[in-house]
Ligand binder design. Structure first.
Ligand SMILES: Nc1ncnc2c1ncn2[C@@H]1O[C@H](COP(=O)(O)OP(=O)(O)O)[C@@H](O)[C@H]1O
Ligand SMILES: [Mg+2]
Length: 351
């Protein structure tokens, strides 16, 4: 029997493990935290640091193929694993998407637009970059940011604003991005097999609250021309990365119909959770198929319109209405404490 190793034990790992189980595979979760959501639904679990070389070695030897649901795995650890078992998506892909500067340089090298950007390694650099890019703009740490963490919006030219922004980076290398006055945010999830077969999911329209995804709507309310551009971008990037696995592409759509890439995630994505109930094959099953070498499944919609709502913090305590709605499918991740802002679950409503 095939065992899939998954680095990271959060809800993405949990839903990947459930999809793997549906196809008859075992999973082995590797995660520093004990009692993590994915550990509840997998046959094997290792709790160790991502830098624990002995634990990584034993993990790799216990599985047939390795994937990840967490992006901040040190590259040296992935290289160690890859020397023992295949890792998909390939570590070189994660290396490109872990750093916002490398990621944007790569996207632009594919002739795909992004926000304007400039590297910032000091307060002096920031002054030059703000002068070049103009306000409003956003200073972001190059690595380790998620859900809006490690970001500072600069709305004016006051020196005090730049100082506060630079201090918010805590000395980490940063990138300054021009603020995109987008008309909407969309994402496309792409899957690509070892043979180069590609499948795209319908573009999803995303709305955020406090920098965290709140709702996703499918199909996105965009013109055909924008949809075609977004799909072309997704296909180009999956090819250019030689992707094996799943890649989410977050994009801004401007008033004039331009599509700019915001960021890439070479893993299942929160904006693709609707695919569990709303598509013939979920993004998680698609990942499993890619890593074990099965052909892709259909990405066809199961309903004309699908809405996914994240349940953050205490929103997850109030699920009675969703349980009663025959068009709603509730997913809870088995997290103990409903801390403010924590992703506790999601609900998908088909109509
Ligand atoms: N350059 C930008 N212009 C306009 N809005 C932005 C820009 N960068 C980020 N945002 C807003 O902040 C959100 C989070 O930023 P993102 O770069 O995706 O970081 P994270 O890794 O936290 O998801 C985006 O989804 C978007 O709403
Ligand atoms: Mg993002």
């Amino acid at each position: 029997m095939i065992t899939i190793g998954i680095l990271g034990g959060g809800q993405l790992g949990r839903m990947t493990a459930l999809a793997a189980a549906n196809l008859g595979y075992k999973t082995h979760i590797y995660c520093p935290e004990q009692d993590c959501p994915a550990s509840h639904v997998s046959s094997d679990f290792t709790s160790a640091a991502y830098t624990d070389t002995a634990a990584l070695d034993a993990f790799a030897r216990s599985v047939d193929v390795i994937t990840f649901e967490f992006e901040n795995i040190p590259h040296t650890s992935l290289e160690q694993l890859q020397a023992i078992k295949p890792v998909y998506p390939q570590p070189t892909i994660l290396q490109k998407t872990q750093d916002r500067l490398i990621e944007k340089n790569f996207v632009q090298s594919c002739d795909i637009g992004t926000a304007s950007y400039q590297v910032v390694d000091s307060l002096d650099d920031l002054k030059t970059a703000v002068a070049a890019i103009g306000v409003p703009c956003i200073l972001k740490t190059r690595t380790l940011g998620y859900d809006g963490k490690g970001q500072y919006k600069i709305a004016d030219n006051a020196p005090a604003t730049r100082t506060a922004a630079w201090e918010a980076m805590h000395g980490q290398p940063a990138i300054l991005e021009g603020f995109v006055a987008f008309s909407c945010e969309i994402s496309v999830v792409a899957a690509r097999t070892q043979q180069g077969e590609i499948a795209l999911y319908a573009a999803t329209e995303n709305s955020h609250k406090n920098h965290v995804l709140d709702e996703s709507l499918v199909p996105a309310r965009i013109s055909d021309a924008v949809r075609v551009k977004a799909e072309a971008i997704a296909g180009t990037l999956a090819e250019a990365l030689n992707l094996v696995g799943v890649l989410a592409i977050e994009m801004f759509v401007t008033e004039s119909g331009d599509v700019l890439v915001n960021e890439l995630a070479p893993r299942p994505h929160n904006s693709g959770h609707w695919t569990i109930d709303g598509a013939m094959t979920s993004q998680f099953e698609q990942l499993v198929r890619c890593v074990v070498g099965l052909p892709l499944g259909a990405t066809t919609l199961r309903a004309p319109q699908i809405r996914m709502k994240n349940l953050l913090g205490e929103e997850a305590l109030d699920v009675a209405a969703y349980l009663q709605n025959p068009a709603a499918k509730l997913h809870l991740y088995g997290k103990k404490e409903a801390k403010a802002g924590r992703k506790m679950g999601h609900v998908t409503i088909l109509s």
